[in-house]
Write a protein that binds this ligand. Structure first.
Ligand code: PLP
Length: 395
C-alpha cells in the first residue's frame, strides 16, 4: 500500500513501542503512564450524566458551547491574567492535541520552521512535520533544570523560523519557567517576530513556591500567542477529550476552518462536564495536586538516595532522574528494569535524543505502588556492576 512519504517517514512513538512490551507482561508497576490515576471527580461526571438525561446529544457550535467559552474566558482571566473575548478568541477542541495540530496547520507554509525545547512531549516534532513544517529542537539541560534559555532560542532562529512552542510545566522533565525567564523569551519573540504556541496543560499542577505565569499575559505577547490548555490533566479528564485555544481572532478563524471540516465540534456532553470542572472543580483539583506533591517528594528523595541524581521538579507529575551512572543507556535501563523487576519507566530518548541518560517516571500512580517501585529500583541498582550508580555507597 502506498502511504504518503511524509507520514511513512515519521517514526512510531517510542512510548508506544515500549508499552507494547509492558502490556505483554503481568504484575507490572507502571511509572510510565502520562495520565492521572484519579477518576474524574464525581460532580463533574454527574454534570455529563445530567446533560445526557436532558437529551443533550447533538452538535454544538463549531467553536464550542458559548457558555463553555464564557467559562473558559473567566477561568483564563482569573488564573493566567490574560483577557480573551469569549465568542471570537476561544475555540474548544478535542483535547490540547487537536488544538496543537490546528494551530500548526493554520500558520505554517511548507518549509517554515518551528522551534521547540527538548526533551519534550512526543507529539510536537511529528505534528510540526505533518503540518508541513520543519521541526527544530532547542536542547535544554539538566544543569538549568531543563528551563529554556532565551540565548539558546535566539541562536536557533533562522529567516524561516515562524513559531516557538513552549510547554511549561514540561512533560517529561517537570521543568517550570519563572516569570523573569519568560520575560527574556518574550523579548526575543517580539524582537524576532515569532509566534508562540504555549501548551500549558500542566499549569495548575505546580508545587512549592512555583506559581505559574503564562507568556500570553506578558506585555506585547497576547497578539502573537496561542494559549493552549484543557481539562485532561488537572481535572483527571483525559478521556473526555476537551481542550481549548485562546488566540487573536484571525488565528482562531483560521484554526476554526480546519476544525469545522475535520472535527465539526467537541462532544457536547464532555463540554458540559468541562463547564462544571472549570467552574466548580477547584477543590477536587487542589486535593489531587496536594497528593501529587506528596508523591513527588517521596520519589525525588528515593532517586537521589539511590545515586540517580534527580532535581526536584516544581510542576507536572513527572520526574526525570539521571541514570547514566548505571552504565546503561536509557533504553537498556528501562528494558532491564521491566524484565528483571517488573517496573515500567519510559526511556528518556522517547522525548528526543537529549533525553539519553535519563528515564521518565510518572508519579500519577498510587503512593503504595510508588513505594514498592522504589524498593524494586533500589534492588535493581544493587544488582548492577559494582561502582554503577553508587551501588556500594548507598546500598
Ligand atoms: N500536551 C502535553 C505536554 C502532554 O503531556 C499531553 C498528554 O500527555 C497533551 C498535550 C495531550 O493533552 P490532551 O489530552 O488535552 O490532548
Amino acid at each position: 500500500m502506498k502511504i504518503a512519504s511524509h507520514v511513512r517517514d515519521i517514526p512510531r512513538s517510542g512510548i508506544r513501542d515500549f508499552f507494547e512490551v509492558v502490556q505483554s507482561m503481568r504484575d507490572v508497576i507502571s511509572l510510565g503512564i502520562g495520565e492521572p490515576d484519579f477518576v474524574t471527580p464525581w460532580h463533574i461526571r454527574e454534570a455529563a450524566i445530567y446533560a445526557l438525561e436532558r437529551g443533550r446529544t447533538g452538535y454544538t457550535s463549531n467553536l464550542g458551547l458559548p457558555r463553555l467559552r464564557r467559562t473558559i474566558a473567566e477561568y483564563v482571566r482569573s488564573r493566567f491574567g490574560a483577557a480573551y473575548e469569549p465568542l471570537t478568541e476561544i475555540l474548544v477542541s478535542v483535547g490540547v492535541s487537536e488544538a496543537i495540530d490546528l494551530a500548526l496547520r493554520a500558520v505554517l507554509d511548507p518549509g517554515d520552521e518551528v522551534l521547540y525545547h527538548e526533551p519534550c512531549y512526543v507529539s510536537y516534532a511529528p505534528s510540526i512535520v505533518l503540518a508541513g513544517g520543519v521541526a527544530r529542537a532547542v536542547p535544554t539541560r539538566p544543569e538549568d533544570e531543563f528551563r529554556l534559555r532565551a540565548e539558546a532560542v535566539e541562536a536557533a532562529i533562522t529567516p524561516r523560523t515562524r513559531v516557538l512552542m513552549l510547554n511549561f510545566p514540561t512533560n517529561p522533565t517537570g521543568a517550570t519557567m519563572p516569570r523573569e525567564e519568560l520575560e527574556k523569551l518574550a523579548a526575543v519573540c517580539i524582537r524576532r517576530d515569532l509566534l508562540v504556541f504555549t501548551d500549558e496543560i500542566y499549569s495548575e499542577l505546580t508545587y512549592d513556591d512555583a506559581s505559574h505565569t503564562s507568556i500570553a499575559s506578558l506585555p506585547g505577547m497576547k497578539e502573537r500567542t496561542v494559549l493552549l490548555h484543557g481539562v485532561s490533566k488537572a481535572f483527571a479528564m483525559t478521556g473526555w477529550r476537551i481542550g481549548f485555544a485562546c488566540a487573536p481572532v484571525e488565528l482562531i478563524e483560521a484554526m476554526m476552518k480546519i476544525h469545522q471540516y475535520a472535527i465539526l465540534c467537541a462532544p457536547v456532553m464532555s463540554q458540559d462536564a468541562a463547564i462544571e470542572a472549570l467552574e466548580r472543580g477547584a477543590p477536587a483539583m487542589e486535593r489531587m495536586r496536594r497528593e501529587y506533591e506528596r508523591r513527588r517528594n517521596v520519589i525525588v528523595s528515593a532517586f537521589n538516595e539511590m545515586g540517580f541524581p534527580c532535581f526536584k521538579p516544581r510542576g507536572a507529575f513527572y520526574v526525570f532522574p539521571d541514570i547514566s551512572m548505571s552504565g546503561l543507556t536509557s533504553r537498556e535501563f528501562s528494558l532491564r528494569l521491566l524484565r528483571e523487576k517488573n517496573v515500567a519507566v519510559v526511556p528518556g530518548t522517547a522525548f528526543g535524543s537529549g533525553g539519553e541518560g535519563h528515564v521518565r517516571c510518572s508519579y500519577a500512580t498510587a503512593m503504595d505502588q510508588i513505594q514498592i517501585a522504589m524498593t524494586r529500583i533500589r534492588e535493581f541498582r544493587d544488582g548492577l556492576a559494582p561502582g554503577a550508580a553508587g551501588a556500594t555507597a548507598a546500598a
